[in-house]
Design a protein around this ligand. Structure first.
Ligand code: M6R
Length: 629
């Protein structure tokens, strides 16, 4: 998680040659030092201040973590570091980050793993001399061993982080004769266990930054006036025109002459650049109070788009799934809830059995995987560490992988034999909403492709989009009022059966993560096996009970909860006196109910969050991209 970014300004301004698609070595495309433009040319192109660019990038990366932030720039032969606890704006106020300037800068926004949320633990971290600075994402699993060795050599630590070993080790390698930062970085990476991405600067090598990654994202952005290294293209999308992935285990070296890549042995590597997908990265709030609200209301249009997806990509994945002896979904959080619904769709529409394993539990089943397995990896970010790890194991066992992802370029897309993209644009709110909807839409289409009924699936989805649009606009105000009446509740329970039980789980997850109210979702039939003991007079019980095969049984469970005093909020297309509050949804084909019943649950959680004074876009302790295990 954590967001890392570095920006290095080109001295020569814009490239001498227009970038060629897939040109391997971008450094060659930029003017050499002897042909650099005069100062006036730089001004004409608005020479960027690296700190301003890094701060702008950190704002875009805050979804990855926002408990502390910091920046480092070269200053008088050492590196000046300013960092503190809080969001980037708060740190700017406390430490006056904006007053820093430079041609090159690195920055970080943190989600704490090792060490509490303190100024000392915030990044960047430096070596004792203050001449090497590092921003890091990921976990160094053997950092305690390395730390002990460094302590034995008399090196003092100022933080509790795993990260701090990196600048100390780099400084030692430089002292021990490695001629340059990239060589020192190569040498220290050989000592690390775990997964990481980090960017380093050395005061002795002006105008250079070096980035490396292993199982964590790191991309290079090419702008007219400089180059970026960042966790995500969102950090530089307003400025960069092209981007390139840093390969796993590779090192990117950015100087004022250009960008080059080397592998773990120090050999030059050729990396393709691709144009930036700026439309995808358009993250303006467009007048909405929060991204989450905007993203909930974007769902009908996203469904319509999903219904138009290409036939061939669906058919290819469908054949692979149908031909497999075992089909296993792996995912976490909201994406896992989508997978649980996908599982029902596969079974109902295509009569294909599949299972769903939590990303964090997947590895324990690895011995049962083989060449006759298809693993469907579902992840909005495409970089969730638990899912990535499972997919690695699956590939080692010879399984084929269908990746269902939203980000245009991500680890899971690279690992997939088949890639199905959600194509709903960047989701900024930490709470997943439109990506969940699109995951359901992809599974709807895929299940219909497996049954050779793609066109039917398309029509159904498009129809669901129209109904959703009307429903969302009609329900918003009443859900805000409902939220107002329930905002002081201590606990919520969500129930549903069959294809609807994962909707209940998702409703509960939304409620707890953004409003900080305890909420539990479960199959309605499980209520009486324990949880019923917690239902008291007035306890809100949200029942997802559309008029499908689950209706009668779910209503029995509703009556059981009601008999214990539960305040029943029913989501259904059938009105009932057993509901204390009714959220009406339209009548649709039974397989489409999750698409319609999840939206009011998202809106209810959103209003609850706002009314309780929380920030729905940045819930405490969480981050959008979970790249640690
Ligand atoms: O990027 P992913 O879809 O792999 O993320 C998985 C979960 O961390 C994520 O769905 C999380 O549960 C949501 N942000 C909750 O709204």
């Amino acid at each position: 998680m954590c967001g890392i970014i570095g920006f290095c300004r080109w001295d020569g301004g814009e490239p001498a040659l227009a970038p060629e698609p897939n040109c391997p070595l971008l450094g060659q495309m930029f003017r050499s030092a002897t042909t650099m433009a005069p100062e006036s040319h730089l001004e004409a192109h608005g020479a960027a201040d690296a700190v301003a660019r890094v701060m702008e990038g950190l704002h875009h990366l805050e979804y990855r973590g926002y408990d502390s932030a910091g920046i480092a720039v070269p200053h008088n032969g050492v590196l000046m570091v300013r960092k503190d606890v809080g969001h980037i704006n708060e740190v700017d106020t406390q430490q006056n980050l904006s007053a820093m300037t430079g041609d090159i800068a690195i920055g970080h926004t943190r989600w704490a793993t090792h060490g509490g949320v303190t100024q000392a633990n915030a990044h960047p971290h430096t070596d004792a001399s203050g001449r090497v600075a590092v921003v890091h994402n990921g976990i160094l699993e053997n950092y305690l061993v390395l730390r002990r060795e460094l302590l034995a050599q008399g090196i003092l630590f100022r933080s509790e982080t795993d990260t701090e070993v990196i600048p100390h080790l780099i400084a030692l390698e430089l002292q021990n004769g490695h001629p340059c930062l990239e060589d020192a970085v190569r040498a220290v990476c050989a000592q690390f266990e775990g997964s990481y991405a980090f960017v380093a600067m050395h005061a002795g090598e002006q105008g250079k930054m070096v980035g490396v990654r292993l199982d964590n994202p790191l991309v290079v952005g090419y702008a007219e006036d400089g180059a970026y290294l960042a966790s995500d293209v969102l950090a530089f999308s307003p400025h960069a025109t092209r981007m390139a992935q840093v390969g796993d285990g590779e090192i990117a070296v950015i100087t004022q002459e250009g960008v080059r890549f080397i592998d773990a042995e120090g050999c030059e590597v050729q990396r393709k650049t691709v144009p930036m997908d700026c439309k995808w990265a358009d993250t303006a709030l467009n007048g909405f109070a929060h991204y989450m609200q905007q993203e909930i209301l974007a769902q009908p249009a996203a469904l319509e788009l999903c219904s138009m997806r290409e036939h061939k990509e669906l058919i290819d994945a469908a054949f692979a799934i149908l031909g497999a002896r075992q089909v296993v979904f792996t995912a976490c959080g909201t994406s896992r809830h989508a997978a649980l619904i996908g599982r029902y769709l596969f079974s109902k529409v295509a009569h294909k059995f599949s299972d769903v394993l939590m990303g964090s539990e997947f590895g324990y089943f690895a011995p049962a995987l083989g060449t006759d397995t298809v693993v469907i990896a579902v992840s909005q970010s495409g970089e969730t560490a638990d899912v990535v790890e499972g997919v690695k194991l699956a590939k080692q066992a010879g399984a084929r992988v269908v990746s269902v992802v939203n980000r245009p370029s991500c680890l899971l897309a690279d690992m997939g034999d088949y890639v199905l993209r959600l194509k709903c644009g960047a989701e900024v709110g930490v709470a997943a909403t439109k990506t969940f909807m699109c995951q359901l839409a992809v599974f709807h289409m895929l299940a219909h492709a497996m049954a050779n009924r793609v066109d039917e699936g398309r029509v159904e989805l498009s129809h669901a989009g129209e109904l959703l649009y009307k429903m969302l606009h009609g329900l918003n105000y009443s859900l805000e009022r409902l939220a107002f009446s329930l905002k002081d509740s201590g606990h919520f329970y969500y129930i549903g059966r069959g294809i609807n039980f994962a909707t209940a789980m998702e409703g509960a997850l939304k409620m707890k993560e953004i409003s900080y109210i305890h909420a539990e979702g479960m199959p309605a039939g499980e209520l009486k096996h324990g949880t019923l003991a917690l239902i008291e007079q007035g306890t809100p019980v949200v029942a997802v009970c559309p008029n499908d095969e689950t209706y009668a049984d779910t209503m029995n469970n509703v009556m059981e909860a009601r008999a214990r005093g539960g305040y029943i909020i029913g989501i259904s297309d059938v009105p009932s006196d057993s509901f204390d509050y009714s959220i009406p949804i339209p009548v649709v084909s039974p397989l489409l109910y999750p698409l319609l019943s999840v939206a009011p649950l998202q809106l209810l959680a959103y209003h609850m969050s706002v009314l309780r004074g929380c920030n729905p876009d940045m819930p405490r302790n969480l981050a959008k991209s979970v790249t640690v295990r």
